[in-house]
Design a protein around this ligand. Sequence first.
Ligand code: S3P
Length: 169
Amino acid sequence: MKENIVFIGFMGVGKGTVARALSRKTGMFTLDSDDLIESMENRKIKKIFEQDGEDYFRSIEAKTAKWLSLHVEHTIISTGGGFFKVNELNNIGKVIYLKSSFDGIINRLKAQPNATAKFKKRPLLQDIVKAKELFDSRYPLYEQKADVIIDVEEKDIDTILDTIMEKIK
Ligand code: S3P
């Protein structure tokens, strides 16, 4: 039994924030697919996209998914917004989709103290019209991959954690 928890959802919905808070609450370790990729590649996601393109980045995501499914146990894993497409997703652990509307996500990001940096570091969030199209195309797919769906829009972190704890116990 691997007992991993895997958070999926659109960019900026708060997967990392929720994963870290759940880690503090449960004592389980947490890791993030983008952080793993950045450390393996020794460069930022933005640079990987600029220098080698999105297809290359997706190939590293696939490799990361394989590694997670084979070697990681009892861990909370937050993932990049496109990671849900990897083949192994449901072999890694219980998949929890953090759900919000597009406007809810943009408003959440804009409300952060370092909002400009949060937008800048995400290559697929540079053009807001294209980002909305991406959101619309992914919206139904996240739900298909999810074991559990948590509505996080305008919810505080304690409410989100309580809902997660209730659904995974
Ligand atoms: C991506 C989301 C990003 C990162 C990359 C691509 C996507 O992660 O993996 O920029 O395809 O949605 P976050 O969801 O943490 O922003």
